[in-house]
Write a new protein. Structure first.
Length: 536
């Protein structure tokens, strides 16, 4: 007999890792109206179904709580325009990719993203190096971390950039011998050139965002902690949700810049509780430094090239007061800090500001960390949000720009995931896409191996910091639920929890981490809705 209280969807005959200590394993699960209504044996779950329930054969599936990327930029289409340069390893390969893009766009702007700093290790970063590939035309490419861009001479000419420029934030137009080299460090400098490039149309932006979401679902991702946003981002979320096209849960922050006035900040406080069914705000995002590779990461002591001594906010006390304003209004604060001194500044600001009940502030990246600052994460309730897969650009001989800038002592304190967990800190994992691959299988494999997955002979970086398979999975599930203050409704498979699950072809915890990156995703469910199903 049919009843409206029956499940909408049920997965039967599967292997389920619930991450629920009350019932760690199960064979079946059922969803109704976006919530889990039954977990247990096939017989127990079938009792919650009727003839209208969609029954999914879970044979061969290992189901886990929905995978959440704890640090990502999926609604940033302007940063993934043009040629994908992430696979270019040499200047010749870069030239070939840009030449192909030049052929595609004709006399228009040549764009590209994801280039590795290592390509310019022997030549230095100069826009003139791109001219042969783009035949003297205007071009702008961004590096893999999105904090640096390179413009050709023609691009600088069109943008009117002829020399040094002063900024309210820690940005720089790099000048050598009185002439801009084309290297643009941080967003304000990059924007000088972006401002004269024809903008994407609304249709192009929307199409890019939708493609990204579908790709995230196909890789098992059910939720994202977005790291850039504005009040307009809330409008986008409403639009996508109203049209039924929003297929990931999203936390959207309000990004604060060094030149954002306190009046403007105060006007945003009323937006704290903005939300829909699949998205919500309540987060303020800050950058206290940039990236170590170019000397904009804030360090206790200068790097090997004399950089690393300045914060991104020229007045760190103003940053701390901004944090205090949002924290007092009940916001979670998230601060980008790659360098060890930047980490301390964020910790100090959080300690000064305090946090509302149930709110935990977070620090993003933490690429190098001093011993005396490490215990503060657990002691002061601050989340360590990290991306171990960013180590993929390191080299065994430490000749990469990151390690070379830091020197051996600081480079040895890299991505201290094991130390932070052992201290009792909450460790959340993510990708920072489009900086690195959004595929959580790659992220989990790097967290476990600390080397290139599938290449056992590749160098292992700080092997004592490696995580177990279960710790890596929790970093993408229960930890990100707790970061969001949603540990009572998300991150586990239990009755009453959100119906967000990811199904793999094998157990992501026990499988060989070298094989994890090729482990098929069978099913992705968001809010009880199947948003990806492997065919074949």
């Amino acid at each position: 007999m049919s009843t409206r209280s029956a499940a909408d969807v049920a997965i039967l005959s599967a292997a389920i890792r619930t991450l629920d200590p009350e019932l760690p394993e199960a064979a079946a699960i059922a969803f109704r109206r976006g919530a889990i209504v039954a977990v247990g044996s096939d017989a127990e779950v079938r009792a919650a179904c009727d003839g209208a329930t969609e029954l999914v054969d879970g044979t061969g599936m290992v189901v886990v709580p929905g995978i959440v990327d704890g640090h990502i930029h999926p609604f940033w289409p302007d940063h993934v325009v043009g040629a994908d340069l992430t696979r270019c390893a040499t200047l010749a390969e870069l030239h070939a990719a840009l030449a192909a893009e030049r052929d595609r766009v004709g006399d228009g702007w040549v764009r590209g993203w994801g280039v590795d700093y290592g390509i310019f290790r022997d030549t230095g970063i100069h826009g003139e190096l791109l001219e042969p590939a783009v035949r003297g035309g205007p071009a702008l490419i961004t590096f893999m971390d999105q904090h640096t861009a390179l413009a050709t001479p023609r691009a600088l000419e069109l943008a009117g950039v002829t020399g040094p420029v002063s900024f309210a934030e820690g940005a720089e137009v790099v000048v050598r011998e009185g002439r801009p080299t084309g290297e643009l460090r941080e967003g304000a400098a990059i924007q000088l050139v972006r401002a004269v490039i024809p903008a994407l149309t609304d249709a192009e932006r929307r199409a890019t965002i939708l493609r990204t979401m579908r790709a995230l679902n196909a890789h098992g991702i059910t939720g994202v902690h977005v790291m850039d946003g504005s009040p307009q981002s809330f409008d986008l979320m409403r639009e996508l949700e109203d049209s039924g096209e929003l297929t990931v849960r999203a936390r959207i922050p309000l990004w604060q810049h060094p030149d954002t006035s306190f009046d403007e900040m105060e006007s945003q406080l009323e937006l704290r509780d903005e939300h829909g069914r699949l998205w919500r705000g309540g987060v303020a995002k800050f950058f206290i430094d940039g990236v170590i590779d170019t000397g904009t990461g804030w360090l206790y002591e200068r790097d090997t090239e004399g950089g690393g001594t300045k914060p991104f906010w020229p007045d760190p006390d103003r940053y701390a007061r901004a944090v205090e304003l949002f924290a007092a209004a009940g916001f979670q604060c998230a601060t980008h800090a790659t360098g060890d001194r930047g980490v301390r500044a964020a910790l100090d600001a959080y300690r000064r500001a305090g946090a509302a009940p149930g709110v935990r502030h977070r620090i993003e990246h933490i690429e190098t960390l001093q011993d005396h600052d490490l215990p503060r994460f657990a002691a002061e309730g601050v989340v360590a949000s990290m991306q171990p897969l960013h180590m993929q650009w390191r080299r065994a001989d430490a000749s990469d720009s990151w390690a070379a800038r830091l020197g051996p002592e600081r480079a040895a304190r890299a991505w201290r995931t094991r130390d932070l967990l052992a201290s009792g800190a909450l460790l959340a994992l993510g990708s920072d896409w489009p900086v690195a691959q959004y595929d959580p299988r790659i992220g989990m494999a790097w967290a476990r191996l600390r080397r290139i997955p599938g290449h056992p002979d590749s160098p292992v970086f700080e092997p004592h910091q490696a995580l177990t398979g279960m710790e890596a999975l929790k970093g993408y599930t229960v930890a990100n639920a707790e970061v969001a203050g949603e540990q009572d409704i998300a991150g586990r498979i239990a009755v009453g929890f959100r119906a967000d699950v990811t199904a793999f072809a094998d157990d992501p915890v026990s499988c060989d981490p070298d094989e994890l990156v090729d482990l098929p995703i069978r099913l992705t469910v968001v809010d009880g809705r199947i948003v990806y199903r492997h065919e074949g």
